[in-house]
Design a protein around this ligand. Sequence first.
Ligand SMILES: N[C@@H](CCC(=O)N[C@@H](CS)C(=O)NCC(=O)O)C(=O)O
Length: 216
Amino acid sequence: MPLTLYYHPLSSFCWKALIALYEADVAFEPRQVNLGDPADRAAFEAVWPLAKFPVLRDSAAGKTIPESSLIVDYLARTRPSAASLVPGDPDLRMQTRLVDRLIDSYIHVPFQQIVAERMRPEGKHDPYGVELARGQIRSGYKLIAPMIAGPWALGEAFTMADCAALPALFYADYAVSLADWPGLAAYLGRLKSRPSVARVLAEAEPFFQYFPLKDG
Ligand SMILES: N[C@@H](CCC(=O)N[C@@H](CS)C(=O)NCC(=O)O)C(=O)O
């Protein structure tokens, strides 16, 4: 099988790539990476030195594609069934990428900072950094909420922006509740019932016990 996805089922950025793959029904070999295992980490570093997943390897094309948004872009460009994930119309394409970038930068990455803080050793905690990250997530929610056209981010078409939104909103909700953002909460509900997303969540379920914010 020419496509291999290096990933972990609990990894939020991997969810973006997995949703795109499942959405477009693209066949691939899932290669689960255990970064805690030195041999597995070294093997992954040989593929992508930053050792951050997801990474897609297209052995038929001799290409290695890191970065979740680039993976979705690559699928949209090379697999006809994935083409609609990145709209052909230039304005819609720009809006798709804008929502993808804003969600990653102002919701997803600050959420990662909060998780990283939870995993720091004693004496290395940074409560002020967490406060700032929570503030950024709130700003991200405020920015994104009016942009969601409905039912999906760009309207009727399910795009890369929706692939990005699910992991960011799903996980950030644990750090900054979406209770005050009914429009975003309803959007998250619609995303969760999308079959591609439901599959990703079901596959992550056995690993969810390891998610550090699950108990608040
Ligand atoms: N900008 C990257 C972010 C990738 C990323 O942060 N991945 C996390 C998992 S969600 C990771 O690999 N973490 C492992 C580590 O940092 O050691 C993308 O969009 O793919």
